[in-house]
Design a protein. Structure first.
Length: 296
């Protein structure tokens, strides 16, 4: 059924890089949920599969002394959802991870695979964008860091050199989550096991009075060719008073930085309406979680 030439199992990042060097057209597998579909549909032929699931440093979650939360890309969604650090400091990501596929998929699929597959519908990505996550990428030449906002280079594409590099860490700094609250909304045609028709993540930081929006981050999946942040809207909304005028402003301006499209999953008109509605709902929910009052 599967056209696999051979498999390798790496125990260290260095060993995985060696396997990549020897087999530059190989495919890395941690959870393998997306790779197995590609194999089954014969989109991968004569494949060389490198298993990186057993590399210890690619799994787990820890909080460093400086407050940075480090997530191993080989960590499955269920482990992220249940992790006490994630729930305490970045619950928006826990919520997003709990909306991926089915319970069986969440127990196997990894956050690194969700990122590296480059899918615009990846549920974890909007929240990582709204958290200003930094990605650590390792090659035989060393380590480079890429903001998650710069990681997706086109539809289904990333800046990762798949024949030479491995995503080795997802990092969220203390400054990116402390005094911030966030919320992730996913819209699908079904309640479960649904690929996202639209995903929207909002994080906010309020001023001391809880009456003004000090800063906001607003990110989307399936609203443009790649996952995207609304930078101009974020900048303009900063400092605005929390009232209906703010929500009208978001609703009126959010589409200007996005490029939603028609597809078999949803029409352009539906996506545009979802973007307007979900962006305001996500921001309102984030404000409430921050102790603010939305007037509702």
């Amino acid at each position: 059924m599967y056209d696999i030439q051979k498999t390798e199992s790496a125990k260290t990042v260095g060993e995985a890089l060696e396997f990549l060097k020897e087999n530059p057209d190989s495919v890395l597998v941690a959870g393998g949920t997306d790779v197995m579909i590609r194999l089954r549909h014969r989109k991968l032929k004569n494949a060389v599969v490198i298993n990186i699931r057993e590399i210890p440093e690619l799994s787990g979650i820890r909080k460093a002394d400086d407050g940075t939360i480090r997530i191993g890309p080989g960590t499955c969604f269920d482990d992220i959802y249940r992790n006490e650090i994630i729930r305490a400091y970045i619950p928006i990501l826990a919520s997003a991870c709990n909306q991926v596929g089915s319970p069986q998929i969440r127990h196997i699929a990894t956050i690194g695979g969700n990122l590296c597959n480059g899918a615009v519908s990846a549920d974890s990505v909007p929240s990582l964008l709204a958290l200003d996550a930094m990605l650590e990428i390792t090659s035989e030449n060393g380590i480079r860091k890429v903001p998650v906002c710069d990681f997706h280079s086109g539809p289904g594409k990333t800046v990762l050199d798949s024949g030479k590099e491995i995503l080795t860490s997802i990092q969220i700094s203390k400054e990116s989550y402390e005094n911030w609250s966030g919320y992730y909304y996913k819209f699908g045609q079904r309640n479960a096991m649904e690929i996202s028709t639209l995903g929207c993540a909002a994080t906010v930081r309020l001023d001391a009075s809880k009456k003004h929006l000090e800063q906001m981050r607003l990110a989307f999946g399936v609203a443009a060719p790649t996952p995207v942040r609304c930078r101009k809207l974020e900048s303009t909304a900063a400092g605005m008073e929390i009232n209906e005028a703010l929500f009208d402003f978001i609703r009126d301006h959010v589409l200007k930085e996005l490029k939603p499209r028609d597809s078999w999953r949803a029409s352009l008109e539906l996506r545009e309406q979802l973007i307007k509605t979900m962006s305001v709902r996500a921001v309102k929910k984030a404000i409430l979680l921050s102790g603010g009052n939305t007037g509702v």
